[in-house]
Design a protein around this ligand. Structure first.
Ligand code: TXA
Ligand code: MG
Length: 335
């Protein structure tokens, strides 16, 4: 199949209207989308990803009014969207328009991406666009066009060329369906920011815990998300620094963290960097939790390409950006 790779929003909107599958960047990660109104097109997204059918998709909208037209938004939902949208917040809402995908669910996950070009494309598509993250099921989400092309060029109908993701981890998911609002997935918008509007926000234990550890006998990799093929070790700063000092000659080990002080300042960092493989150094310095999140998935991808077997990830700094990043790192350790 020939994939149309273009920044022409009209051309790519036509593809969605024709029931085709299009990959597009959001501020968080790339999405792989189809019209929420066309079930067959949405089911093709599942096929391409190898995604279990019981995992519903997020519908991406261009405006709050477009959401209110098809869902029970309510006062609190509207307040949340006014405060945090366009941006990395997904709300689970009761569905008014039962014809939208997935038809068998009473609820719909909705979000408005930050990039105006992407919103224009969604509007031209006749909106909404249902999309999970653009990755093979169980693998980390993708944040670089080059990685998207490696997996999906020739597989999807179109790829929208627009600004690459910068946040790097998937949106915060909040359910407004039950009596108590619940945080279903942490992200860059943190629970402490949400409590001003949702003072009774409930954080279920399963949201923050690594499921594969709490259910050690769970079959297969059902609960393993966001993980590269390499083994991921979440290390304290002391462990991280020690491993870096003692194992840096290992050709199958990589590091991501607040590396500055960990690499000796006497020029050996340069020697270290020379061991880059396929253009990618085996360590990835980060300057903040936000910077860490934005680089994490692309680093995982590079490590797998390079045949790295073990990745040491330094624990995030406490404070801003920690919640979502720590959750993804814990998930990536797999258990
Ligand atoms: O940042 C993001 O959210 C990215 C970009 C592309 O928007 N999308 C993304 O989609 O991460 P995905 O499919 O990888 O994750 C969607 C999450 C899943 O955990 C799914 O189970 C949950 O949202 N979800 C979707 N619809 C739901 C519903 N009706 N009720 C409960 N959870 C739902
Ligand atoms: Mg995903």
């Amino acid at each position: 199949m020939k994939t149309l790779i273009s920044s022409d929003v009209r051309l790519l909107a036509n593809l969605i209207q024709e029931g085709k599958v299009v990959i597009f960047p959001t501020e968080t990660v790339y999405g792989i989308g189809a019209s929420t109104k066309l079930e067959v097109a949405c089911l093709r997204v599942y096929e391409i990803k190898g995604r279990p059918k019981d995992n519903p998709l997020i519908a991406h909208f261009h405006s709050i009014d477009a959401i209110a037209a098809v869902c029970e938004l309510g006062e609190v939902g509207r307040k949340l969207l006014e405060e945090f949208s366009p941006g990395p917040l997904t709300l689970i809402l009761p569905k008014k328009d039962k014809s939208l995908f997935p038809k068998d669910l009473e609820t719909l996950a909705v979000r408005i991406p930050k990039n105006p070009v992407v919103r224009e494309w969604i509007e031209l598509s006749g909106g909404p666009v249902s999309a999970p993250s653009a990755n093979l099921s169980g693998r980390p989400s993708l944040t670089k066009l080059t990685d998207v092309l490696r997996y999906f060029d020739g597989v999807v109908d179109g790829i929208l060329e627009a600004e690459e993701p910068s946040f790097g981890i998937e949106s915060t998911v909040v359910s407004l369906v039950g009596k108590t609002p619940a945080l279903l997935r942490p992200g860059s918008i943190e629970s402490k920011e949400l409590v001003s509007i949702l003072p009774d926000l409930w954080i279920p234990e399963t949201t923050l815990k690594n499921d594969s550890r709490t259910i050690p006998l769970s079959p297969g990799t059902k609960y393993k998300h966001y993980a590269p093929s390499a083994r991921v070790i979440l290390a304290s700063t002391e462990e991280f620094t020690y491993s870096l000092k003692t194992m840096k000659e290992s050709k199958t080990t990589a590091w991501i963290g607040f590396i500055e002080e960990a690499v000796e300042p006497n020029g050996s960092s340069e020697r270290f960097a020379k061991r880059a493989l396929g253009g990618m150094a085996w360590f990835c310095p980060v300057s903040s939790n936000e910077d860490y999140a934005s680089k994490l998935y692309a680093f995982f991808e590079s490590c797998d390409l390079a045949g790295i077997e073990t990745i040491f990830c330094e624990v995030p700094k406490s404070g801003r950006g920690e919640e979502g990043l720590r959750n993804r790192l814990e998930k990536a350790t797999g258990g």
